[in-house]
Structures are given as structure tokens and as C-alpha cells.
Design a binder for this molecule. Sequence first.
Ligand code: MOS
Length: 704
Amino acid sequence: MTTTTTGRLAVVGAVGTAHTRVEGRDKVTGAARYAGEIPFAELAHGWLVLSTIARGRIRSVETAPVLEMPGVLTVLHHGNAPRVDGDYTGPMGPPDPALLVFQHDRVPYAGWPVALVVAETSEQAREAAEALVVQYDEEPHDVAFSAGRPGTYTPADTPRAAAEQRKGDPVAGFAASAVVVDAEYTTPEEHHNPLEPHAAAAQWDDGRLDVVDSNQGSAFVAQELAKLFSLDPGAVRVRSENVGGAFGSKGTRPHQVLAVMAATVLHRPVRVVLTRRQMFSLVGYRSPTVQRVRLGADPDGRLRALDHEAQNLTSTQREFIERSADPARVMYDADAHHTVNRVVPLDVPTPTWMRAPGEAPGSFALECALDELAEKCGVDPIALRVRNEPAAGPVSGLPFSSRNLLACYEEGARRFGWAGRDPRPGIRREGRWLLGTGMAAASFPSGAAPSTASVTAEPDGTFTVRITAADIGTGARTALTLIAADELEVAPDRISMRIADSDFGPAMIAGGSMGTRSWAWAVTAAARDLRGQLALGGSIPPHGITARSDTAELIGALPARERHAFGAQFAEVAVDVTSGEVRVRRMLGIFAAGRIVNPLTARSQLVGGMIWGLSMALHEEAVRDEVSGGLVGADLASYHFAANADVPVVEADWVDDPDDEDPVGIKGIGEIGIVGAAAAVANAVWHATGTRHRHLPIRPDRVL
Ligand code: MOS
């Protein structure tokens, strides 16, 4: 294994050394509590009723019979729910219209919340919710996403965030190209299914709103709820101590808003837990995409023009852009570039971020197109990528904070055994199996956002760190413990890491691969300040000595640069010529992702992303029924995803990637593991069979 960088911190040596999760014992013994199971006195239970039509108006909600049912306390709907304020700019901009729940009678998609039944027990609430009759005035709907529909986008305020970017003259570039690849790729609708379904309990406590939740950022959820309910920001507390997965789906969602509404109406704590089936319309999902990639090159593979046009669906409620064309702006040099992300608004729920939004589907198209170009030019796929490696941002012209992609290719090729690979497809046979190997490159933006933290030196010689970080299963709590230990020059077991409580102050969410970097910066800043105070000497008072940090200014002063993590993905597949089944035999991912704080949990994150990429390549696909407008099989029996038996060997590792923009040198590893993985599998399937599969998933019926 390649070692990580050292030397920036005054080291005890915690950072860079494998460390089991600080809360691991609690999690495996069941002592760790999750939002759906934390006890409250007098807790009432809400059960959601979702629309069965895809577009129209609610004519009536027939509450009277249901209110007679055992245990039922109330039925909230658009006719009686508390009003919320939707005219604000929150931590994520204007509110998602899905949060303005029960504020009008319009139904914009199948699975839209139309009522909440609250009862003494969850079973009573469910029975009543299933008995509730809702009448609709139905209108025609349109949920058909397909190639060829005209897409749109709203122009962005800043050129770098623009949905459409150009450099040079692509028309001239393609005209001058000896070799052209022009291919259309599609990826299906994919759904969020963290192990722990979404759950929130709300109660009023002495004039303060107290919410126990499962989210990616308690400070953001608290700010959003304060805005919606016109409360003083200090009057809302949100906690989310343990989270069983999130991946982009656990921001502020309708169920938190509804728990608050019900607790307000009933003057008692109310919990709303989503069912697995409800999650398919309530927590966001990855939009399907249609992508056209055009590559124009010289005979040796040097790119003259690169054009990536991507299209995704969104709802009629909100524009969500899956930025699939963005990786092309970063990965490869070309004289001319054109990239655009467009949307088609339909009568469907609004998509959202799902692990590596943009990069995951975008890298499938781009990296498969590179493989097609390699074939046409007769150039090795790695050599082709090396030939087009940029010295600076290919479109922005900005310098990279660091870019160690070549080292990933080199180490990956060595470990995978790429050298001497016969490029000819369809010639390796082992019984009924055709064998092939493929690779793809990966990148994901690296960033940091302002956060606050406090570190307290306790009289007993321990330290307490408080930060509104979220550990959504990533190991962030442990990583921050190691970072604090090194900065304070103490052993990790002397650090008490308190996270996920909005009372600790504003902080970045666990999102955009920016969580740990953002929080580490704030923790380091507070710890440094504290060390300075302790160096002055004197005894520690009973309430300890506390230092606080706010990194807004430090982060605001960062120069304009391209900041990304990079990686190289490799896969070997066997394709059954009798059934069309694709079996992945092994996967290897080598990443350049800054300093790796905890190799144990980092490897687990990267491997998890790679498995998800395999799942994307071969299994995952949600099918929308155009007649009802809803999903066919919104459950884990019908929604197929990779299981252990699909993943015999997955290795993730990393190369040295010194990047000294923040005090620890982190780039973020939350998303990059999935990027490129599906393309590596698809390219291996081509190498095995000689057939290009441009539409995911690569199902047996498509292979035969
Ligand atoms: Mo991540 S998809 O930004 O939660």
C-alpha cells in the first residue's frame, strides 16, 4: 500500500492510522439509537397518505370515518394543516416546493403527500391511513422521459456553474478530426435506499422546537425548519446522532415538516417514519439521463473536440440538474469543448443528489466514449487518457490544486496486471464464459464550506469537541477524533467527539464530499486556538477552557483553482454466452484523494462506492408506469441491486496526493468511489463480447 503524507501536523500519529469506529461497539451491540426508535414520553405516531394519481387536485379528504377509528388523534391535510412560510432563502436557497406540504390542493406527481394520520400507536396510524378515502379531480399527466425531448435550463449566475460551457470552435474541431466517436448513452432512474429509512420526531420543549432526526446536516435542517415555521433560529434544535446511510437523500424532507406540524397541533411529541415504499417518492432519486458524447481526435488519439450533451428529467416543481456533462470539463484536454446539462420537466417527484450526482452517470458516458475512441484509434485506453491529460483546467484554464491521476493509472495498471492486455474483443473464452477487462478514469470535485466548532479542555485532562457534523455511516466521527487528537497532541481516547446537534452551531452538511474536510478545518482551527490558550499556563476551571472557530474567512480566502480528487477504476468480467449474465470477477480502484485520515473507514467508503457502481452497471433500474405515473415495484423485492454474491473481489487503495490547501490536506472521498466504476464494467463487457452496451443496466436480455 502506498503511504499517506505526514508532516503537516505535530503528530501523535493518529491521522493516517487505521482506527475502528469510536461508536462501533454501540452500533454492533444495539446501544446506538436511531431516530425511529428513540423513546419519548407521550409519543404519538404519524403515518403518511400519498397521492394515487399523478396530476390533478384533491377534491376531498374524508376524515370523519377515520377519526372514529381506535387511537386516531388527528388527520392533517391541506384543509386544516398549519400554514408555513415558503417565501424565504434557506441554507439550500428557496425552499423545495415538496416542503410546503399540505399548503394547497394540487397534486404534482404520484406519491405526493396528501394526508398525515396521527394515532397513539404506529399500527393504529397505519390502519387508519390505509382506510382514509381521498377523492381527486384527475388531470392528464406526462411522465415519459426519452431521448429527443427538448430540454431546457435556467442560466446560472456564475460562468463556472453554468449548465452550458464552450471553449474554442467545436465545429471546426470535429471537421479537422480524423477519427470521430458519436454515441448516445442512457442511464435509468435509480433510487435511494439507505438501510435506515427516514424518520423524525418533533416536540415542543419550553417554547423550543426539539427534533430528533436522521439527516446529513442538523444545522441545515434546523435553519430550514426555523424559516418554514417563522421561528427564531435559536428556538429550533435538531439532533441526528446516528444515521444509517443517507447518500444525498437525507436533507430536509416532508416528514420532518409534518412531524413539526403534528406536534404543534397536538401539543405532544409526534414521530413520522417513512416506509421503504414511501421513500421511492419522498426522498429524491437519481434522474434517468440521455447523453450524447462526441469525441473528435487525430489518428493517435489526441483530442481536437469534445462535446457532451446531457439531459435529465426534473419535476414541474423544481429544476434539478444532474450535471452529467461536468466531468468532461475537467478530465480531458481538447482544442474545443462544448458541454451542456438540460432538463425535461415532467409530472414526477423532483430528483435529488445521489452519490456522485452528475459524475456517476456522466462518467459512464464519457469514459465509455473514451474506450470507443481507443478502439477506433488502436491506442491503449490508458495511453489514450495519458495523451489527453491536461496541464490546467481544460475549460476553466485554472491550475489544479493537485492532480495525481497519472499515478493512479500507473499504480492501477501495475496492481491489476494491465500490461500486455490483448485489446481485441471477444477472443477470451473459458467454457461458456467470455472474459474481458476494462478501465475508466474518475474525478469528483473537492471543496470546503464554512463551519464552526468548539474544543474544550476539561479539568480531567480530556477534551470535548462539539461540531454539528453528521456521521451518516462514513466514519466521520472517528476521522474527526483522530484529527483533533493529532492537533491537540493527545491520544484519541482522550477526545470526546460530540456531533450532529444544531445547538453546536452552523456547519457544513455531510454532502458533496465536503463534510469531513470542512469540519476538520474547523476542528483544527479551534484546537490550535485552544493549544495557544493552554500554553499560557494556569489551571483549568471546573467548566473547562473552550476555544471556538469559524472558518468562513479562511475558506473565503482560497484562490480560484480546480479542486478535484481523481481515480482509476479497473474491472474484469465474465459473460455467460448461454444466459447473457455478466459476472464481475474483480474490481480495483486506485485513488488520488488527498490525505486519507482513517485508512480503515476510507477503504470501506471507496469499496462501497465501487460496489454501487457495479450495481449501476448491471442491476439498478426503476421503471415508471406511464399509465399510472407511478413506479412499478417501489420496493426492494423489485428494485434489484448488487449483493455480496455479486462482488467477489473489490480492492480500493490510494496513491500519495499531497494537497496543502487546508490544514489536514483532505480532498474528500464520499463520492469518488462510484465514479467511473460502471464504465469500467461496461468497457470490460465490450472487451469480453465485442458488443458496446450504451444503456444501463447491462441486463442479460440486452447482452444476448
Ligand atoms: Mo452527497 S450525493 O452530496 O450527499
